[in-house]
Design a protein around this ligand. Structure first.
Ligand code: NAI
Ligand code: MG
Length: 533
C-alpha cells in the first residue's frame, strides 16, 4: 500500500511539473528521494508457486545428468527464487535422442495434421486458464510488469498457438506443370528435429514464435531457454503435455549458452537451429551449425532501429510512441526505437515533451498496479547500461534526465534521455538494451534516410509523418525487416518479423515462419503414356 501511495505521489508531482517546466530540477531530486523510499519497500509476493525446475526430457521432468543446478533470480532484489537443473552436452544428447525417436518413429509427424492442430488448440485453452500464474512467473523471474505479462504477452502466447493450429492442416504443396511425360508434385514435409535457443527478454513470446510453427509443421523440438529465465518455458511445456503432446515431441533443457546452447547448435542429429539473441552469439551459432552438419539456420538478432519524426508529424502522438518504442519492456527489445531522429523544426518541442514524459514514467515493483517500468534482467545488463550512460556523458551528449540507478536494491535504472546525440557516438551505434533514449536532429529526408541506414543492423524502423508520399518514400528506402508508419511495436501472429543485414536471417511469425520448419520434396513420377499429358 505504501509503495502504491509513493508512486502515485511521484506521478502527480511530475504532472504538475510539466505545467511549470522551471521546477524540473527540484523534481529530479524528489525522484531520487522517493526512489530510495520505494526501494525500501518490501517486494510484493508473487501470486504463484514454482513447480517445475527440472529438465523436461521425453515427457518426464528429470534432473541434469551431472546433478548440477543453477540459480534463477528475482531482478527486483537479486535474490535467488529457485535452483534449476543445469543441462549440458549430455542432457542435450538425451533430449535430442528423445526428439529423434519421436520424429522417426512417431507419433507426432504420423498423426493427422488435424490431430496436431487440436493439441495446439487445447494448449491455447490451458494457457488462458493459467494466464495469471504464467504471467506472475514471467514477471517474477524477468522483472517485466505483471500487467504487461498478464494482459498482453500470455494472451499472445495463446493467440500464436491458435494461429499456427489453423495452419497445421493447411500446409500443402503444388502440382507442377513440368516438360515431358511426368507427373510432378511437391510435398511440404517437416524438417525433423528442431533445436531452438531463446533469450530472456520475452521468454514466453519467444517460446511461442518458435515452438508454435515448428509443431504445426510436424517437427519435434529441443528447446534451450535462457539461463536468466528458465521457469516459464517449463511451465508452458507442462501445459503442452497436458494438452496431449506426446512424450519427446518437445524437450526443454535449461542451461547456459557455451555448454547446453553450443551442444545443441553443433549436434549432428539436429536438423535445424533457430536462435534469438545477440548478433555476437548468432555468429557463433551459425558457425557451429556450419562446422557440424550444415543444419538450416534462422537468426533473430540485435538492432539499432531508427524512429523518424518528420516536421509534419502529430508531435504529441510521436512523443508518446517514441517513448514507448524505447522504454517498453525496460528497453530490452531487439526492435527498440533506439535512435530517435527528429526534424530540426520540431526538435525543441519534441525534446521538452519527451523529457517530461520520461520524468513521468513510473518505476517500481512490477507487481504493483500502475508501474510502467520494472528492473533490468540482471546485474550484467544493469552494469552494461550504466556504462553506456557514462559513455554518452563522456562523449558530450546532453543528459536531459535520469542517468543513474533507481533506488538502491535490485537492477532498476532511471528512465534516461540524451539529446545532442551524434551518429558516431557509441550510444548511437550500439544496442544498449536499456531505458536510454537518444535524440538526434535532422534536416532533410535524404539525409535521414542515409543516416538511418548507416548501421550494421536492419531490424525495424518507425516513421512519423502525415504526408503519404514521405511515408511511402521512407518505408521503401529504409533497410529494415519491419517499418511501422505512425505506430510502433505492432505485433500480430500473422505479421512476419526479422532482420536485414546483421539483424538476422529469415522471418518468424505469419506464413513465413512455416518455411523455416518445412522441407520441400519434389516427387517426379513417370507417366506410362505420354498422351496422358
Ligand atoms: P546471448 O545472445 O548471448 O543469449 C541468448 C541465448 O543464447 C541464451 O539462451 C544463451 O544461453 C544462448 N547462448 C549464449 N552463448 C551461446 C553459445 N555460445 N552457443 C549457443 N547458445 C548460446 O545474449 P545475452 O548474453 O543474454 O545478452 C547480451 C546482449 O544481447 C544484450 O545486451 C542485448 O544487446 C542482446 N540481446 C538481444 C536479444 C534480442 O531479442 N535480439 C535478446 C537478448 C539479448
Ligand atoms: Mg551472451
Amino acid at each position: 500500500m505504501a509503495a502504491r501511495r509513493i508512486s502515485g505521489f511521484i506521478s502527480r508531482s511530475l504532472s504538475s511539473s510539466i505545467a511549470s517546466p522551471g521546477r524540473t530540477c527540484n523534481l529530479r531530486s524528489e525522484i531520487q528521494r522517493f526512489s530510495t523510499a520505494a526501494a525500501l519497500q518490501e517486494p510484493i509476493t508473487p501470486p504463484v508457486r514454482i513447480n517445475y525446475s527440472q529438465l523436461l526430457i521425453d515427457g518426464k521432468f528429470v534432473d541434469a545428468a551431472s546433478g548440477k543446478t543453477f540459480p534463477a533470480f528475482d531482478p527486483r532484489t537479486g535474490e535467488v527464487i529457485a535452483n534449476v537443473a543445469e543441462g549440458d552436452a549430455e542432457d542435450i544428447n538425451r533430449a535430442v535422442s528423445a526428439a529423434r525417436k519421436a520424429f522417426d518413429e512417431g507419433p507426432w509427424p504420423k498423426m493427422t495434421a488435424y490431430e496436431r492442430s487440436c493439441v495446439l488448440l487445447r494448449f491455447a485453452d490451458l494457457v488462458e486458464k493459467h494466464n495469471d500464474e504464467l504471467a506472475a512467473l514471467e514477471s517474477w523471474n524477468n522483472g517485466k510488469t505483471y500487467e504487461q505479462a498478464a494482459k498482453s504477452e500470455v494472451p499472445m502466447l495463446a493467440r500464436l498457438f491458435r494461429y499456427y493450429a489453423g495452419w497445421a492442416d493447411k500446409i500443402h504443396g503444388l502440382t507442377v506443370p513440368a516438360d515431358g511425360p511426368y507427373h510432378v508434385q511437391t510435398l511440404h514435409e517437416p524438417i525433423g528435429v528442431a533445436g531452438q535457443i531463446i533469450p530472456w527478454n520475452f521468454p514466453l513470446l519467444m517460446f511461442a514464435w518458435k515452438v508454435g510453427p515448428a509443431l504445426a509443421c510436424g517437427n519435434t523440438i529441443v528447446l534451450k531457454s535462457a539461463e536468466q529465465t528458465p521457469l516459464t518455458a517449463l511451465y508452458a511445456a507442462k501445459l503442452l503435455l497436458e494438452a496431449g503432446l506426446p512424450p519427446g515431441v518437445l524437450n526443454v533443457v535449461s542451461g547456459f549458452g557455451p555448454t547446453a546452447g553450443a551442444a545443441l547448435a553443433s549436434h549432428m542429429d539436429v536438423d535445424k537451429i533457430a536462435f534469438t539473441g545477440s548478433t555476437e552469439t548468432g555468429k557463433i551459432v551459425q558457425e557451429l551449425a556450419a562446422k557440424s552438419n550444415l543444419k538450416a539456420v534462422t537468426l533473430e538478432l540485435g538492432g539499432k532501429s531508427p524512429f523518424i519524426v518528420c516536421e509534419d508529424a502529430d508531435i504529441d502522438k510521436a512523443v508518446e510512441l517514441a517513448h514507448f518504442a524505447l522504454f517498453f519492456n525496460q528497453g530490452q527489445c531487439c526492435c527498440a526505437g533506439s535512435r530517435t531522429f527528429v526534424h530540426e523544426r520540431v526538435h525543441e518541442e519534441f525534446l521538452e515533451k519527451s523529457k517530461a514524459r520520461a520524468l513521468r514514467r513510473t518505476v517500481g515493483d512490477p507487481f504493483q498496479k500502475g508501474i510502467e517500468q520494472g528492473p533490468q534482467i540482471d546485474s550484467e545488463q544493469f552494469e552494461k547500461i550504466l556504462r553506456y550512460i557514462k559513455s554518452g556523458v563522456e562523449s558530450n551528449a546532453t543528459l536531459e534526465c535520469g542517468g543513474d540507478r533507481f533506488g538502491s536494491k535490485g537492477f532498476y535504472v532511471q528512465p534516461t534521455v540524451f539529446s545532442n546525440v551524434k551518429d558516431d557516438m557509441l550510444i548511437a551505434k550500439d544496442e544498449i538494451f536499456g531505458p536510454v533514449q537518444s535524440i538526434l536532429k535532422f534536416k532533410e529526408i535524404d539525409e535521414v534516410i542515409k543516416r538511418a541506414n548507416a548501421t550494421r543492423y536492419g531490424l525495424a524502423a518507425g516513421v512519423f509523418t502525415q504526408n503519404l508520399d514521405t511515408a511511402n518514400r521512407l518505408s521503401r528506402a529504409l533497410r529494415a525487416g519491419t517499418v511501422w508508419v505512425n505506430c510502433f511495436d505492432v505485433f500480430d501472429a500473422a505479421i512476419p518479423f526479422g532482420g536485414y543485414k546483421m539483424s538476422g536471417i529469415g522471418r518468424e511469425k505469419g506464413i513465413y515462419s512455416l518455411h523455416n520448419y518445412l522441407q520441400v520434396k519434389a516427387v517426379v513420377t513417370a507417366l506410362k503414356n505420354p498422351a496422358w499429358l
